[in-house]
Design a protein around this ligand. Structure first.
Ligand SMILES: [Zn+2]
Length: 89
């Protein structure tokens, strides 16, 4: 397997397509569903407010999303920004 260039801290190491969907390998689960930006916004809202109505903080939000087997490259940053916006309303 080819290693990623040093400096790239993006995980994971490989991707695969199943039934037209892009998946990538996670640390906790074999496959994470790689979300498009539109899907990511939807999942951020669902997990942050829709499902548990708990308004979790950004760090926990990203963690809960990855526990649902979802992934996208900037999920932690997006989760922090999403929570900031939510709190400012
Ligand atoms: Zn909130």
């Amino acid at each position: 397997m080819q290693r990623r260039p040093s400096g790239s801290r993006e995980r994971p190491g490989w991707y695969t397509i199943v039934d037209g969907r892009l998946y990538c390998r996670g640390y906790l689960t074999p496959y994470l569903w790689y979300l498009t930006p539109e899907e990511a916004v939807y999942v951020l809202g669902e997990v942050h407010i829709g499902i548990c109505r708990s308004h979790v903080d950004g760090k926990n939000l990203a963690f809960k999303i990855i526990r649902q087997d979802y992934y996208w490259p900037l999920m932690k940053k997006d989760a922090l920004e999403f929570v900031k916006k939510c709190e400012s309303i």
